[in-house]
Design a protein around this ligand. Structure first.
Ligand code: UDP
Ligand code: MG
Length: 138
């Protein structure tokens, strides 16, 4: 059993897509074990995406991530990190495979509806960024 962090990003929450995205996640056999809605401020968004701080899109990305409510979800499952990355699809929805969350719902490379951890180390950091150990259930 592995844990990974999913964020439903502001573009998707604004368009009432939380249920649709959770439906795809649960249908794929990944199980939520913690969940909350929150609104990041600029500082929290910058801390979450600190690995990208030298990238040209960092300012726009963190502004967008702080632009409205998000939903943070911890997902559990065998090989959950890789399976959820596959379900999300490529960063740019134009490149995302059919049936992936980003292909179905994303607006653009930036407003791409969901985040997913990319490795065990980033999953551990990202889960602890939003949740205490006592908030994980199941
Ligand atoms: N992003 C962007 N422009 C780019 C690359 C990424 O706006 O050229 C945004 C996009 O929202 C992406 C996030 O920055 O999801 C983090 O980028 P990463 O390369 O880690 O993509 P992901 O892991 O989310 O597929
Ligand atoms: Mg990433």
């Amino acid at each position: 059993m592995e844990l990974t962090l999913c964020l439903i990003k502001p573009d998707a929450v604004k368009r009432n897509l939380v249920g649709g995205i959770l439906f795809m996640i649960e249908k794929a056999g990944l199980t939520p074990v913690a969940m909350k809605m929150l609104k990041l401020d600029q500082r929290l968004a910058e801390g979450f995406y600190h690995v990208h701080k030298e990238r040209p899109f960092f300012g726009e990305l963190t502004e967008y991530m702080a632009s409205g409510p998000i939903v943070a979800i911890v997902l559990a499952g065998d090989n959950a990190i890789k399976r959820y990355r596959e379900l999300m699809g490529a960063t740019d929805p134009a490149q995302a495979a059919d049936g992936t969350i980003r292909k179905v719902y994303a607006v653009s490379k930036q407003e791409n509806s969901v985040h997913g951890s990319d490795a065990p180390e980033t999953a551990a950091f990202e889960i602890s960024y939003f949740f205490n150990a006592t908030e994980l259930v199941g």
